[in-house]
Design a protein around this ligand. Sequence first.
Ligand code: SF4
Ligand code: SF4
Length: 348
Amino acid sequence: AHLDGCLTCRACESVCPSQVQYGALIDEVRGALAQNVFSATTSLNESTQPKAAQHRWTLWRNRIFSQRQTFGRLWAVLTFFERMHLGGFIRRFGGRFGQALPPQTPSRLPRRFRPNQVANLQPANAKKVGLFIGCTGESLNSDAVRASIRVLNALGYAVEIPKVQVCCGAMHQHGGDLERAAALRAENRTVFGGADLTALLVIGTACAGELLREANSVPVIEITDFLAEIPDAEWSPLPPNPARVAIHLPCSQTRMLKQPASTERLLQKIPGLKIVPLATNNRCCGAAGLHLLMYPEQADTLRTPKLIELNELKPDFVVSANIGCATHIAAGLGAPVVHPVELVAMGL
Ligand code: SF4
Ligand code: SF4
């Protein structure tokens, strides 16, 4: 057994009789292993290091996956191949990266929505919120960003998306680079702290969990939870939608943020929507950040019960408030998995 077998889902914390904070423990141990601090007393070598700390994976993480704009440019190339009807070729022959792609790739975030120093889309006197869009916000998760802006604008919020926001540090935190993770969180605190905001809204439950590790000068709120809390009286009535919707609950939403009901409460604002409960929501889907790329076999095995359940239930929509889970499930399902805010935006 290897410590890397742990997905940091923290399900064990809820059953541990001694209330051991296992998630924090394993992050620290991985950090120590990555720096080889045990080498004086034990015979550790590279195979005992977390895979995420190995050169190849730190390169991918630091140069591509945690760089929003670089990832966005690569995504533009992929979108071009999709338009040339070569998407199937990439999925088939692109190794694990190809397999991990969702069946439909959203196009890159349009220029008018791209992060800018001042992307204020409402009159200057509107309440202003900041939007943290994550490393996939200009690419893989661009539809959720567009939907969030539409919904927030409809509710009367100005949305500011500072271009200089950086990665939340989740991949670094769980991959043994605690120092870099803390530095990234500090950088985001500086960026958003100086922006005169009512709140900082985070798209992505895992990113929200990371940004909440320390106190912030503005309230940091995961966007599904923020919208769910807005009283019905402040919403223009949404049109009925009789669709059946299955909610996948990311571990970061249930165990890190401890907000398992946010998605359902938000979707209840859509009249007629039927929520289909998922029995497999008590376990990790296997995505766990880079885990789905580093350990494909384990990631796919853990995803299988979820896919079986979804294939039996055949909902009209599957939603997830975390892009990692959404991508992993969509790739296995062969059908899109959308952010809950996208369902709300469909009615605007
Ligand atoms: S995979 Fe989840 S439940 Fe298992 S040890 Fe890791 S955090 Fe705990
Ligand atoms: S005390 Fe340790 S071994 Fe026992 S349940 Fe908690 S974490 Fe697991």
